[in-house]
Ligand binder design. Structure first.
Ligand SMILES: Cc1cc2nc3c(=O)[nH]c(=O)nc-3n(C[C@H](O)[C@H](O)[C@H](O)COP(=O)(O)OP(=O)(O)OC[C@H]3O[C@@H](n4cnc5c(N)ncnc54)[C@H](O)[C@@H]3O)c2cc1C
Length: 366
């Protein structure tokens, strides 16, 4: 057995959690992150939805896993959870892939609490375009608090953290170890490498591209101040080209997204495609919020008074195979040429427990 540390590349929620988990199992762990802080990319710039399963009526397995992971995540990261808002799911009359009856049936099946919304809340919606409104149990997380909690946990578990370090290549060595080369010319010797770089998963020389096809999207989360009628209310309209607004606790605002206008560009990854972070850096940061809210206020007229404040732009990377069902399983792939390298594509934040179980099985295998 090698005495060299395990190197985890990428300090998002997934990389940090994997690093902590491995350290708790007794390994020496080095975590390398290209940015100046942890959780600055997808793990910060997201909708902050702690999924309760409701979002995935077309992927029972994703919804069911969400339900199971929800309570566990809530217990473990309680200080990072915002639950002081009413979460409404509404069903569109036209263009929805789910009917009220199907949605109720689905929620019962995954054991997700669901009650018809009060008439005061239902009146916020256009009855011509919305057929049902439900009150649900779904919360938001504060990514800045998650970051603070993770830093404490990494320190406690003895993970060695190196920020401002971009990994450029991983090479196999004659003694069975791996050489992890960073952009500063340093070489970190590793017994195993966990590649948790999300949008950058296939950009490191010496790590084979994942066998599962990836799709990248440049996404925009508009940050808004909601009108007073919607203070402490969050809405998701299901299931198709509709909109959602969720609290974004770190900024004291709400994110506003629209299935049609949040993605600004998308492409399938191929050996020729550019580094997604570079594509994002070169993209024009022009907001689509005007389009989002103009469409959304047809469903909720009071959204007319929403005040736009800012936008977060981020790369979203998903598995092509889940395009149809909107499922969000984690990707866990052992490199085809070097079995000591594992690439993991993070999924929803609460899916972390599936990722840690996969790490455990990897080391438990005969
Ligand atoms: C727009 C959007 C909305 C979303 N909404 C939700 C939601 O509401 N709820 C939910 O649960 N999930 C949501 N997600 C999904 C979730 O945010 C991601 O799946 C999750 O954050 C991925 O975590 P990660 O650690 O794998 O990736 P990241 O947080 O992106 O971490 C990857 C890290 O790797 C680093 N890195 C990259 N390349 C290198 C390199 N070569 N060397 C060193 N470091 C490197 C990056 O700097 C980054 O810090 C959303 C995602 C997006 C983009």
């Amino acid at each position: 057995m090698s005495t060299q540390p395990i190197v985890v590349i990428g300090g998002g929620f997934y990389g940090c959690s994997v690093a902590e988990y491995l350290a708790q199992q007794g390994a020496e762990v080095v975590l390398l992150e290209r940015a100046a802080d942890l959780l600055t990319r997808a793990s910060y710039s997201n909708q902050a939805r702690l999924h309760g399963g409701y979002h995935y009526p077309r992927s029972f397995s994703t919804a069911y896993r969400s339900r199971l992971n929800f309570e566990r995540f809530l217990r473990e990261y309680r200080p990072a959870i915002a639950d002081c808002f009413t979460k409404l799911y509404a069903i569109a009359r036209i263009g929805s892939k789910v009917s009220p009856h199907q949605f109720e049936f689905f929620c019962r099946n995954i054991d997700a609490p669901l009650v018809p919304a009060s008439s005061k809340l239902t009146k916020l919606f256009s009855p011509r375009l919305i057929s049902a409104v439900y009150e649900t149990q779904e919360y938001a997380f504060d990514a800045a608090v998650l970051r603070r909690l993770l830093v404490e946990r990494l320190v406690q578990s003895g993970v060695k953290l190196q920020l401002n370090t971009t990994v450029a290549a991983v090479q196999s060595q004659a003694d069975g170890n791996l050489a992890v080369l960073d952009d500063r010319g340093n070489c970190h010797t590793a017994s195993y490498v966990f590649n948790c770089t999300y949008a950058g998963l296939n950009t490191i020389a010496g790590i084979l591209p994942t066998r599962s096809n990836l799709k990248h999207e440049i996404t925009e989360l508009a940050l808004v101040q909601l009108p007073t009628e919607l203070e402490n209310v969050s809405v998701t309209v299901m299931d198709g080209p509709f909109f959602s607004f969720m609290p974004f606790p770190d900024r004291g605002l709400s994110t506003f997204t629209h299935v049609r206008y949040t993605p600004h560009a998308s492409w399938l990854e191929s050996p020729e495609s550019l580094n997604a972070y570079q594509v994002l850096a070169a993209a024009e940061a022009r907001s689509n919020f005007g389009y989002m809210v103009r469409d959304a206020q047809r469903y909720m007229p009071c959204l007319n008074d929403t005040r736009y404040c800012d936008s977060l732009f981020e790369v979203k990377t998903v598995l092509v195979k889940n395009e149809g069902d909107d499922g969000r399983p984690i990707l866990f792939e052992v490199d085809a040429q070097q079995p000591k390298i594992v690439s993991m594509l993070g999924s929803k934040i609460d899916n972390i427990y599936d990722a840690l179980a996969a790490v455990q099985s990897y080391f438990d295998r005969p």
